[in-house]
Design a binder for this molecule. Structure first.
Ligand SMILES: [Cu+2]
Length: 89
């Protein structure tokens, strides 16, 4: 579970085992937010989530480090970014 704030992810660094990864985002901010995973075999993001909403993105990820960010204009620049480390436990 990741919490989306205006404008940050909490926590900003995630670690999960390789394989099918589901990242759940709960928007506790006042703006619409999402979470996109960049650099994988397939790039995908959560739906745009209204304040108070929860959604998820699920994708298959080999081990490596990925960037995550919110695709809403200006949000990543304001700090809504982080990393996802996919590595064995
Ligand atoms: Cu955002």
């Amino acid at each position: 579970m990741v919490v989306g704030l205006d404008y940050a992810f909490s926590p900003p660094e995630l670690r999960v085992p390789p394989g099918t990864v589901r990242i759940v985002l709960r928007n506790e901010g006042q703006k619409v937010h999402n979470l996109k995973v960049l650099g994988g075999p397939v790039e995908a993001r959560t739906p745009n989530l209204a304040p108070g909403a929860t959604g998820f993105v699920e994708l298959f990820l080999p081990p490596r480090r990925y960037d995550i960010f919110c695709t809403i204009t200006g949000h990543a620049e304001r700090g809504m970014r982080g990393t996802l480390l996919v590595a064995p436990e």
